[in-house]
Write a protein that binds this ligand. Structure first.
Ligand SMILES: [Zn+2]
Length: 162
């Protein structure tokens, strides 16, 4: 069983969702496509299966759960790298112009934390769906949960960095 086969089985019942080999692992909601890196798509190891299941789980979140949290996660304020740049510039400007910096800094901190929370919630849910599916279909490896948790922690730095 390869990563691509796992993803294809997971999205089988999701209308309009496709999976294929791309440059990296991500789900593109606009065209409902699960992109898998060549390593994940062709891999048969625990990491490849867990990673493919995680990306396919984003399609499940999008098409089956279609909750407000998914739309918030995919929204411009959460995804755009211009938002933290803007917040950082506004904080610097507040200090330089000798405005009262605290309201600006508190607002910037709230937006930044909100972005991290939106990303981490959706990534946690996707990993939970992935693990549940792997368990249900007998593809679980003793290290799957550990690997998915580590993958989740790696998103923390991406979420803070963005
Ligand atoms: Zn993800």
């Amino acid at each position: 069983m390869t990563g691509l086969k796992i993803a294809q089985r997971m999205i089988r019942l999701l209308p309009g969702v496709t999976a294929g080999v791309g440059t990296c692992d991500w789900y593109e909601p606009r065209i409902r496509h699960v992109h898998l890196s060549p390593r994940t798509a062709r891999g048969e190891d625990m990491r490849a299966l867990a990673c493919a299941a995680h990306e396919a789980a984003h399609a499940v979140q999008h098409v089956r759960l279609h909750g407000i949290s998914f739309r918030v996660w995919q929204s411009w304020p959460v995804q755009s790298p211009l938002v933290p740049l803007g917040l950082f510039s506004a904080t610097l400007a507040a200090v330089a112009m000798k405005w009262h910096p605290w309201p600006v800094a508190i607002f910037a901190a709230c937006v930044a934390l909100g972005r991290v929370a939106a990303v981490m919630l959706m990534e946690w849910e996707a990993s939970t769906i992935a693990l549940g599916w792997l368990k249900l279909h007998g593809f679980e490896h003793p290290d799957s949960a550990h690997y998915l948790r580590r993958l989740w922690r790696s998103y923390l730095w991406i979420a803070i960095g963005l």
